[in-house]
Design a protein. Structure first.
Length: 278
């Protein structure tokens, strides 16, 4: 395969928990070598085809690697790597960082003490490849898209790891819940739908709805309704705005539906609620 390289840089570091730094894909020449080198974030290479050698220079240790495996270069760790003479490797790579980066890597069996990724089965896992290549091939997409797919990539890395534990998925799934709740908080007074929320998280509707209900024991529609009603109850208690104005300000299209939903949830109508709270 002829030499080729693809490289992208992510500029938004506002997501404290986890964010990509740079990422790309490379088909190496015979015996093509990199390093010794260090990075500031966590740099992971996933081997798509071919073979090569990873060197941990600090310990004068080397490991032969093939398709389906990977290697991690943690921050400030001196490493180097070289393509095989006869079957030089092609790999996709991503550097990322964040407060929870170390935690998510640990769920895939990766740490400073274990820099080699060992899959359950000795081959390229389509889910890992797809989730990583989605990031690389969509470098101009919205930040939430790239960060969301970084979570998906790490989830697939964990699921397909020899060291996978089911508990490791929970924090990754929580990302989508946090994103959804934040979006509802910012837009509850606008027209909202399950499709819109799923699109915001870059998930299909059915998967998004199952994930949301599993985590919160409420459907997305139920959560939106309850959020709007709770915001309305605060406005009824703290302002003198009319019931119709409050209904419209929290996203209801008419005051009748608002009053009906409010009484069903709180047990009293909006007027009585306001009287009780004053």
């Amino acid at each position: 395969m002829p030499y080729s390289q693809e490289f992208h840089v992510f500029h938004n570091k506002s997501s404290v928990d986890l964010y990509p730094v740079q990422f790309g894909r490379e088909s190496c020449k015979s015996l093509q070598a990199f390093g010794p080198t260090t990075v500031n974030g966590y740099l992971f290479h996933y081997i798509l085809e071919g073979n090569g050698t990873f060197y941990l220079n600090e310990e004068n240790h080397s490991t032969q690697l093939s398709a389906g495996q990977g290697f991690l270069i943690p921050p400030h760790t001196i490493c180097s790597y070289q393509a095989d003479l006869n079957t030089p490797w092609t790999y996709a790579w991503i550097e990322f960082n964040g407060l929870k980066a170390k935690h998510y890597l640990k769920s895939a069996g990766l740490s400073r003490q274990n820099l080699i990724y060992y899959p359950k089965k000795p081959n390229v896992h389509p889910e890992i490849k797809t989730s990583l290549m989605t990031i690389i091939e969509n470098s101009t997409k919205a930040d939430t898209f790239l960060i969301g797919h970084l979570y998906l990539f790490l989830e697939q890395l964990a699921i397909n790891s020899r060291y996978y534990s089911p508990d490791s998925r929970h924090d990754i799934q929580n990302f989508y819940i946090r994103e959804t709740i934040q979006y509802i908080h910012d837009h509850y007074n606008e027209a909202l739908s399950v499709e819109l929320l799923a699109d915001h998280c870059n998930l299909n509707r059915s998967h998004f709805s199952r994930l949301f209900k599993k985590e919160l024991s409420l459907s997305p529609s139920q959560f939106i309704l309850q959020y709007r009603l709770k915001m309305a109850s605060e406005l009824l208690s703290t302002t003198s705005a009319s019931i119709q104005d409050i209904a419209e300000s929290v996203g209801f299209t008419n005051s009748f539906n608002f009053s009906t939903s409010f009484k069903k949830f709180f047990g009293v109508n909006p007027s009585k609620w306001r009287h009780q709270e004053t």
